[in-house]
Structures are given as C-alpha cells and as structure tokens.
Design a protein around this ligand. Sequence first.
Ligand code: C2E
Ligand code: CA
Ligand code: CA
Ligand code: CA
Length: 275
Amino acid sequence: AKADGRGTYCFFRDEMARSVEARRILELDLRRALANDEFELYYQPLVNLKTGRITTCEALLRWNHPMRGTVSPIDIIPVAEEMGLIVDLGRWILRRACMECMRWPDGVSVAVNFSSQQFHQRDVIDEVHYALQASGLPAERLEIEITESSLMRNTQWTLDALQQLRSAGVRIALDDFGTGYSSLSYLHNFPLQKVKIDRSFLVGIETHRPLTLLRGVARLSAELGMSVVVEGVETNEQLELIGADGTVTEAQGYLFSRPVPASRIRELLTASHAR
Ligand code: C2E
Ligand code: CA
Ligand code: CA
Ligand code: CA
C-alpha cells in the first residue's frame, strides 16, 4: 500500500509539473503568436429565415500554431483572460473583424464575441469607437455578443456601457442564452437587441418538450422587442421545427455553413447577395 501511495504521489507530482510547465509554454506561446500574426478569424453566417439571406457573420478566433496545428478558442480565451492578454487579443479581434466587414456587401453585419473580462474593461466604449473609426465601419453593422456572465457583475456600470453602445448604434446580442445562470430578468433589465438561443435547446427537439421550451423563450424575447437567433442548427428537420411559428428571425449552424476563412465568407456573401 505504501509503495502504491508513493507511486500515486509521484504520478500526480509529475502530472502537475507537466501541466504547470505546459501552461507556462502556452502563455509564452500566446504572447509570441499575437506578435507573429498567427491568429486568424473565421466567419460563420447567420441566415434570415424569411429571406434566406445572410444578415450577419460571426467572427470566431482560430490559432494556427506552427507545431500544434489549429488551436480552439475554448483553449485560448480562458488562458488569455488569466494572463491579462485578453485586452490586446480582444482589440486585435475587434479591429480585424470590423476591417473585414468593410469588404462585404452593405447590408451585412459582423458579430464579435466579447469575453466578460474584455467587456468589463474601463475603456471598452473607446475601444469600440476606435475600431469603428479606424475601419470606417458604420456602427449599425457591428454586433457585440456578450454572455450572461457579463451581465452578472457591476450592474450599474454594465447598464451604462450597454446604453452608450446602443446610442452609438451598435447592437448587443446575448449569446448562449439558456445555459449557465440564465435569468429571464436579464431580458428586460438590459438594453439587448438580440438573443441567441443556445444549441443545447435543439437536443431532442424532435420530441415535444424542448421545442415548447425553445418556443417559449423565443416568443418572450420577440415580445420584448428582440430578434431571436437559434444557434447550432444542423438538420433540415430542426430548421423546419424552429421556423414553423415565425418567431425565430435567424438561424446559424452547420446546416448553412461551418465557420470558414475570410476569403471563403466573401464568396458565400457574393453568392447570397447576388440572388
Ligand atoms: P460561441 O460564441 O457560442 O460560438 C459558436 C460555436 O459553435 C463555434 O465554436 C462554432 O464553430 C460552433 N458551431 C456553430 N454551428 C454549429 C453547429 O451546427 N453544430 C455544432 N456542434 N457547433 C456549431 P468555436 O469556433 O470553437 O468557438 C467556441 C467558443 O469560443 C465560442 O462559442 C465563443 O464562446 C468562444 N470564442 C470564439 N471566438 C472568440 C473570440 O473572438 N472572442 C471571444 N471572447 N470568444 C471567442
Ligand atoms: Ca458567439
Ligand atoms: Ca453561442
Ligand atoms: Ca457557446
């Protein structure tokens, strides 16, 4: 038993050393990557269900790592937040996305994800103004996606920031709605223009219950004056079910397109807007 115990201990210690080391390498790597221009934005369309046209493209971060290949944003964002690198990285993402949107047909907007830490920076409003000014993008073509975690802290400050963005003409979307700390009160307490219903609502939608839930949330959001997006639509059956009652305005998911590089999204937009 003693030997086992020691073995286990050694194993843990090695694992910990490895993960601390791995983490340190990742941090150094992230700083280098920003300087070396290894980040890239992919774009995924949101499609209007009535017109079938692309209304918005969401910018999604990718890291082309020289050794590890493509690294997921799920692994990048939390580390960048802890390192304090999210401010620089977020600024790069916002500016790049605004510049790319300028190359798209006039009616198409860009959606940019803001992590909670990025949103709660003191000068977030200036960052947004600067990105719009530097790119020449009209504010009406920028949508900022925040999650419920951004609404949970520092309520008065958050309310002010959202109101300033709204008066500037920028739209705010509540991302991943229905996950985490969902509270219906967020929907009427904050000035939000769009709700993105999380794709977990589509799981088992062919059976009655989740569909009732999704429709309830969609109707409530629509009645509060927000447009409603359903994320993660993968099948025609799901599309028919969510579109049936006319409440859902837009959909996004692999059924329409996976996230694609900038050059490919321009091709998709040209095709969508030529019709
Ligand atoms: P999200 O904002 O909810 O983005 C949607 C995620 O769902 C994307 O994953 C997208 O590729 C994926 N997705 C889209 N359609 C489908 C579908 O039909 N089926 C399935 N299974 N998945 C679908 P991705 O690109 O890996 O991004 C993951 C998360 O990382 C994002 O979730 C967002 O929270 C975060 N993220 C990505 N880019 C950025 C960024 O630029 N800034 C910040 N702060 N976060 C980002
Ligand atoms: Ca998002
Ligand atoms: Ca989402
Ligand atoms: Ca998500």
